[in-house]
Design a protein around this ligand. Structure first.
Ligand code: GMT
Length: 376
């Protein structure tokens, strides 16, 4: 197959999933073309069968806003024609599925059929979709895709509830490449930040408001009252300043460390004991899955798809959004019992295995094959 993948190339989970999917398809011998405005973070351009086409938007004095979607559409038409792509897999309804639809119409005029797979990741549905200015475009883009997937049952239900969707939505959960964790052990990070062997609590996100990083700090403050521990905050984003202020006000700065953005998430995660993800909304929660793959139980909220990922009482515990008291108590339950913690660490890994690449990838391949079958 010759597959085009359109994604947001940044550190977010959707970019990670899209990139990993492309890399795996390329490893299986398919030709994969990434089309984006910058090179996806995890993409190795030297890998066989992997290609990257940059969408370059120039500023014109006439326009107040650069027309990214139109430049993307033109790029899609050109890549599909020149690279003879069989299908396009776009991640996010807008602007990717809507641009893909326009490209499809242009290609149709030239007698080229272009099947489009659209994967919904959450923010397009849970945040943008509630904004009336986007609603009709999102609905249209979903309905005009040839196949639609959502990363959790919860996201599928949300989409069907909030949009007038007439397409069947396939749930294909996000996956994890467990081989990336094989052979990894805690490294110097552990000694550096927890020199007395204190347990390490961890959180990884893009510090958007929706991640409720201040709740992570509240949970940690509650834990810190009972036992000696440290908190590592990985990632960066708009809320970081507020969170830093909060740490100062609580007087626990010396036990909280901001590690910033890292490309080496797997290695950093290997040093943690307990992961905290108290998000307001989370269609899936790839960060929780990555933490479990590193053998960390997860204390999370029960919003969106999180209960599908973090099995309550098995891989960790879930609580209502904002219930930091219960989250703290659950964290202490694990941190104060070596036996329970060992059991949950094993279970977290077993839970991650349910989302391993070999379990999930065949679903995408089957979907691609179904779309291409009538043409053969
Ligand atoms: O959560 C974010 O801020 C990033 C966003 C993205 O576009 O990558 O994440 C969404 O997609 C991920 C991959 O499918 C999911 O794991 C996240 O739960 C989802 N975020 C939200 O629903 C808020």
């Amino acid at each position: 197959m010759r597959i085009g993948i359109v994604c947001y190339p940044t550190y977010g989970g959707s970019g990670v999933v899209a990139t990993e999917l492309g890399i795996e398809m390329a490893a299986l011998g398919h030709q994969v073309h990434f089309i984006s405005y910058s090179q996806p973070v995890r993409l190795d351009l030297l890998a066989e069968n992997v290609f990257y086409h940059e969408v370059v938007v120039r500023d014109y004095p006439l326009f107040d806003y650069s027309p990214y979607e139109l430049v993307l559409t033109s790029k899609l038409v050109s890549v599909v024609k020149n690279e003879k792509l069989d299908l396009l897999h776009v991640h996010y309804a807008i602007p990717h599925a809507s641009a893909a639809y326009m490209a499809k119409q242009i290609l149709k005029e030239e007698g080229i059929n272009l099947p489009i797979v659209c994967t919904l990741h959450g923010t397009d549905i849970s945040l943008l979709g509630r904004d009336a200015s986007f609603e009709s475009v999102i609905t249209f883009a979903i309905n005009k895709s040839d196949a639609v997937t959502a990363v959790s049952e919860s996201l599928k239900n949300d989409t069907n509830t909030h949009f007038d969707v007439n397409r069947f939505i396939n749930v294909i959960p996000n996956f994890i490449n467990l081989t990336r964790y094989e052979g990894l052990k805690p490294n110097s990070i552990k000694k550096r930040y927890a020199p007395k062997g204190q347990p390490i609590l961890m959180h990884v996100s893009n510090f958007r408001k929706v991640k409720r990083v201040e709740d992570v700090v509240k949970v940690f403050a509650g834990v810190r009252e009972k036992l000696n521990a440290v908190l590592l905050l990985v990632g960066d984003g708009p809320e970081r300043y507020n969170v830093e202020q909060m740490c100062r006000q609580l007087g626990i700065c010396s036990d909280i460390h901001f590690l910033g953005k890292t490309k080496d998430v797997e290695q950093v995660l290997m040093n943690g004991d307990l992961f905290i993800l108290p998000s307001e909304t989370e269609s899936f929660g790839l960060a929780a899955l990555e933490a479990m793959a590193a053998g960390m139980p997860v204390i999370s909220s029960n919003s969106g798809g999180l209960p599908e990922v973090n099995q309550n009482g098995y891989s960790g515990f879930i609580s209502d959004v904002g219930n930091t008291t219960e989250m703290t108590n659950n964290a202490l339950k694990l941190l104060e019992s070596k036996e329970l913690m060992t059991k949950f660490k094993k279970q977290a890994l077993l839970q991650a295995e349910k989302f391993s690449l070999p379990q999930i990838l065949p679903n995408y391949i089957e979907l691609y094959n179904k779309l291409l079958l009538p043409l053969e």
